[in-house]
Design a protein around this ligand. Structure first.
Ligand SMILES: Cc1cc2nc3c(=O)[nH]c(=O)nc-3n(C[C@H](O)[C@H](O)[C@H](O)COP(=O)(O)OP(=O)(O)OC[C@H]3O[C@@H](n4cnc5c(N)ncnc54)[C@H](O)[C@@H]3O)c2cc1C
Length: 381
């Protein structure tokens, strides 16, 4: 067991950290509480692409950087300290590009990957619907074969990135118990995305997406007929790790802000950082963060070694996202009433952290995965 970063990881992280502060922080600051414009989203994706954020998981043969998941996770964690919204945008785009690399025909890959891996195009993935979230097999969106084409109709919900995206990988029902994944191009085939107002992560669009008899050629099937559910499920262990990296970044920013405030704020004749119970809150926050890091890095390392890590990813995701809520709530407590105001970032960290116990398996769904492993009993059915 080695708890040290490799020299290469440390160097990548140092260079990345400087870039985030210099180039991304100024851009992201205008989109803390309003969704990215498409131009801003493209600009930030293009800044990040050479560093492998937004393109890192696609191997070099597909035009990506071919980063390992642990290094990628460290970069996302660092980015999320400054802008979890940009981190969300890049993580979802990167996931869509990887799905296309793994499942697309040569023609599809040649057409889309060069632009998706350089940030000239943005992708997203649509699975959830208004009537279905956790129970993905209950989806209603239909894709009906029509000769060499499929006609897709239905409504997807909470699709991250969709208002700024060029392409969406959409999972739809193609039979009684058969699900397939399609690549839909906004310009060529048409899909309509509308931003949904929400509690936190307001720079990162979350959208309703309508498919109104959208006609796509069969070449746009990703992974063949019937492969949609398997491919969607395969991505969950990875995406649970990366939601956790976002939560880790938010929690660390909240701890840093709380420490800075506590050293400055004087009550009872000394900085509140010198009061033992304030130190206890800071210590609990740091402990939650350290425990989260160990769980997330373990799951990422397992992904890198090609081992199945469904349970480890669920443990990491459920713990880290719940921990980020505790940490950001304590940051507000350390800062007293000022922590509740818009003058300080603590309330935004809290709202942002609150968003993350829901996507890619709610805490409860991840607990059911862990419980099934422990008991051998499937509580889903
Ligand atoms: C920030 C964010 C980004 C997202 N991005 C995307 C995206 O890009 N693409 C996409 O397709 N979707 C996306 N989603 C949607 C997300 O995947 C769903 O919200 C999630 O799967 C939960 O579904 P739901 O919200 O419909 O809740 P529901 O499934 O209705 O669950 C409601 C409550 O019931 C509980 N529950 C449900 N079933 C069980 C059970 N069997 N046992 C115990 N408790 C249960 C849940 O834990 C939850 O507390 C995103 C969501 C968020 C918040």
């Amino acid at each position: 067991m080695n708890f040290e970063l490799e020299e290469e990881q440390r160097m990548a992280l140092d260079g990345w950290s400087r870039l985030v502060q210099r180039d991304i922080a100024p851009l992201a600051k205008d989109f803390k509480d309003q969704p990215f414009s498409r131009d801003a989203a493209l600009e930030v994706m293009q800044i990040m692409a050479p560093y492998g954020v937004g393109s890192g998981w696609v191997p070099e043969e597909g035009g990506g950087v071919g980063l390992d998941f642990l290094t990628s996770g460290l970069l996302f964690e660092e980015l999320a300290k400054v802008s979890p919204d940009v981190a969300g945008l890049a993580w979802v785009a990167e996931g869509a590009a990887l799905k296309i690399f793994q499942n697309g025909s040569d023609a599809i890959k040649e057409r889309y990957l060069p632009k998706l891996t350089t940030g000239e195009m943005i992708g997203c993935s649509a699975i959830s619907e208004p009537g279905m979230g956790s129970s993905v097999r209950e989806m209603r969106t239909l894709a009906v074969r029509d000769g060499k084409y499929f006609r897709i109709s239905g409504e997807k919900m909470w699709t991250s990135n969709a208002t700024v995206a060029d392409v969406v990988t959409v999972v739809a029902r193609t039979g009684e118990n058969e699900f397939s994944m399609f690549l839909v191009d906004r310009e060529e085939h048409g899909f309509k995305a509308t931003d949904i107002g929400k509690l936190g992560l307001n720079g990162w669009p979350m959208c309703q997406v309508l498919f109104d008899d959208v006609v796509v050629p069969e070449e746009n099937l990703l992974g063949g007929v019937g492969a949609g559910m398997r491919e969607a499920m395969k991505g969950f262990a990875r995406s649970r790790c990366f939601v956790s990296c976002l939560a880790l970044g938010i929690a660390q920013a909240a701890l840093q802000d709380a420490i800075t405030y506590a050293k400055d704020r004087v009550q009872f004749g000394k900085p509140i950082a010198g009061h033992q119970l304030v130190q206890a809150m800071l210590a609990e926050m740091a402990t939650d963060i350290s425990a989260s890091q160990l769980l997330v890095y373990r799951a990422l390392s397992m992904l890198d070694s090609g081992k199945r890590c469904d349970v480890e990813a669920s443990i990491a995701k459920s713990f880290t996202t719940e921990a980020a809520q505790r940490v950001t709530s304590k940051a507000i407590q350390v800062m007293g009433a000022f922590g509740l105001t818009k003058e300080f970032p603590a309330e935004r960290h809290f709202r942002n952290a609150r968003m993350l116990t829901i996507p890619d398996g709610t805490t409860q769904i991840n607990q059911l995965i862990i419980g099934r492993h422990l008991t051998g009993i499937d509580a889903f059915s």
